[in-house]
Design a protein around this ligand. Structure first.
Ligand code: GDP
Length: 441
C-alpha cells in the first residue's frame, strides 16, 4: 500500500539530494512536488495545502544540522509533519472502569465492519480481554449468519436473534447475555447502508442513546479515498464518533484517506486492517505509517542520531575551519569521534538511502578508517596542527612505525589531506562541509 506516494517522495528527495543546502528555490521545487504527490494520492486539497505550508515554514526557518545533508534533514521535516497530520501518537481503544466496555461499530455496507468485529475480538482476546460480539446488522442479508460463523472461527461468543429485525431488542438481549458471561468488551456490529441516509443515522443514534457506548468506531474502506474522508466527516457530525478504522489497506490504495481523515474529522484513526484474514489488523501508529509513506524511516533515525551526538558549537567551529580551509589532522580526529558516536560505519551507511552497502566492503572501510586514525594518533600534536612538518621523511618513518603501517600509507593520507584542501579551496564560496571520506550521503 501507499507505494505510489512513497515512490514520489523518493524521486523528490533525489532532486534535493546533491544540492549544497536548502534554499528558498530548491525547497520551492520540492514543495511543489510534495503537493502534487499528495493530490495524486487523493489527499484532500485543503489538507495538502496546509501540509505544504507547514513544511515550508519549518524548512526555511531551521538551521541545517551538521552531520547530515540538507536533503536528509528535509526528509525528517516532512516525516515529522506527516506524523503530526496522521494524529501524532497512537490512540488506544477505550477501556471502561466499569466493564464491559461497549464498542459500537458503524460504517457503510461493505466497508468491512462485520469482519472487523471479529478482528477486534481476536485482538482484544490476545490482550487477555473477554470480548463478546453482538450481531445487530439487520439490514445486510447474511450479516447475522456471518457474525455467528466468525464467532465460531475465533472461539468468541457471538450473539444475535435470527428472526428479529429490532436492533434495540437484539442489543438489549445481547448485553444481558454478555454480562452473564462476564465479558469485558461488548462489540456491536450495527447495520450499514450503501449510502449515508437519515434512517441509518437515526438507527445509530438510538443505539447510542440507549447503550452509551465507550467507543463509537467508524469503519471506512481505505480504497475509496476522498469518499472515506467525506463519510468520516458526516458520521462524526451526526454521531460524534470516537475513532476511525481504516480497512483494505492491503489493496491498491493511494493513501490519501489516511492522511486526510484525522485532519478533516478531527478524530484519530485507531486501527488499520490490511487483509481478509482475521489476524490482519493492527493498532494504528502514525510514525510507522509516516515511515512507510516516505519509505525513508531510516533517514529519520539517522538525523535523530546526529541531533543526539553532534555538538552544535563544535560543529560550527568545524564548519568555520573548513570554510577558511584551516582544518588539520586534529579536526580529522574530532570528526572520526563524532562518526563513531553514531555507531559502526556499516550501520550508518545502511541508513543512508541510495547507498548500496552491498557494493561497499564495510569491513574494509572500517579497517581503513582505523588505519587512518592510528596514523593520526602517531603524529605529535604539532604535526597534526601543522601538517607541513610532515614533509620530513624522518617524521613519516616514525609515524609509520608508531601506527604499524608503511610510509606509503602515511603518504597516501597526507596526499588525501592536500587534495581535500584543494577541493575546499574550490568550494570556498560557501560549500556545505561534509565529513571526511565523502561522508555526505
Ligand atoms: P460490512 O458490510 O461492513 O460488514 O463488510 P464485511 O465485513 O462483510 O466486508 C466486506 C468485504 O470486504 C468482505 O469480502 C471482506 O472479506 C472484505 N474485507 C474486510 N476487511 C478487509 C481488508 O482489510 N482487506 C481486504 N482485502 N478485504 C477486506
Amino acid at each position: 500500500m501507499f507505494n505510489s506516494l512513497g515512490d514520489r517522495f523518493q524521486d523528490i528527495f533525489k532532486k534535493v539530494s546533491g544540492q549544497g543546502r536548502l534554499t528558498e528555490s530548491n525547497i520551492k521545487d520540492a514543495l511543489r512536488e510534495v503537493r502534487l504527490a499528495l493530490l495524486e494520492a487523493d489527499v484532500n486539497y485543503g489538507v495538502a495545502k496546509n501540509f505544504v505550508a507547514k513544511i515550508r515554514d519549518k524548512a526555511v526557518g531551521e538551521e541545517v544540522i551538521k552531520g547530515v545533508n540538507p536533503a536528509q534533514q528535509f526528509v525528517k521535516i516532512v516525516n515529522d509533519e506527516l506524523v503530526e497530520v496522521l494524529g501524532g501518537t497512537n490512540v488506544t481503544i477505550a477501556k471502561s472502569a466499569k466493564p464491559p466496555t461497549v464498542v459500537m461499530l458503524t460504517g457503510l455496507q461493505g466497508a468491512g465492519k462485520t469482519t472487523f468485529s471479529a478482528k477486534l475480538g481476536k485482538y482484544l482476546k490476545k490482550k487477555g480481554e473477554k470480548p463478546f460480539l453482538i450481531g445487530a446488522d439487520v439490514y445486510r442479508p447474511a450479516a447475522k449468519k456471518q457474525i455467528k460463523v466468525l464467532g465460531e472461527q475465533t472461539g468468541i461468543s457471538a450473539f444475535t436473534i435470527d428472526e428479529s429485525t429490532n436492533v434495540l431488542e437484539i442489543c438489549k438481549a445481547g448485553m444481558e447475555k454478555a454480562k452473564e458471561e462476564n465479558a469485558t468488551y461488548v462489540i456491536f456490529d450495527t447495520a450499514g447502508r450503501l449510502h449515508i441516509d437519515e434512517q441509518l443515522m437515526n438507527e445509530l443514534k438510538e443505539i447510542k442513546e440507549n447503550f452509551h457506548p465507550d467507543e463509537i468506531l467508524l469503519v471506512v474502506d481505505g480504497m475509496t479515498g476522498q469518499d472515506a474522508v467525506n463519510v468520516a466527516k458526516t458520521f462524526n457530525e451526526d454521531l460524534d464518533i470516537s475513532g476511525v478504522v481504516l480497512t483494505k489497506l492491503d489493496g491498491d490504495t493511494r493513501g490519501g484517506a489516511a492522511l486526510s481523515i484525522k485532519e478533516v474529522s478531527g478524530k484519530p484513526i485507531k486501527f488499520i486492517s490490511d487483509g481478509e484474514k482475521l489476524d490482519d489488523v493492527s493498532a494504528f501508529h502514525p510514525d510507522r505509517l509516516a515511515s512507510r509513506i516516505l519509505g525513508m524511516g531510516d533517514v529519520v533515525s539517522l538525523v535523530e542520531k546526529a541531533q543526539e551526538v553532534i555538538d552544535e558549537d563544535e560543529a560550527k567551529k568545524m564548519e568555520e575551519k573548513f570554510r577558511k580551509n584551516q582544518f588539520d589532522f586534529e579536526d580529522f580526529l574530532k570528526q572520526f569521534k563524532m562518526i563513531k558516536k553514531m555507531g559502526s560505519l556499516g550501520n550508518i551507511m545502511k541508513l543512508i538511502p541510495g547507498v548500496d552497502t552491498s557494493a561497499i566492503d564495510m569491513a574494509m572501510a572500517e579497517k581503513e578508517m582505523k588505519k587512518v586514525e592510528a596514523i593520526i594518533y602517531s603524529m605529535t600534536v604539532q604535526e597534526r596542527r601543522d601538517p607541513k612538518l610532515l614533509k620530513n621523511g624522518g617524521r613519516k618513518k616514525r609515524i609509520a612505525g608508531g601506527s604499524g603501517t608503511e610510509v606509503t600509507e602515511v603518504n597516501k593520507l597526507i596526499k588525501q589531506y592536500e587534495q581535500m584542501k584543494q577541493v575546499m579551496k574550490m568550494f570556498n564560496s560557501g560549500g556545505f562541509p561534509g565529513m571526511p571520506g565523502g561522508f555526505r550521503g
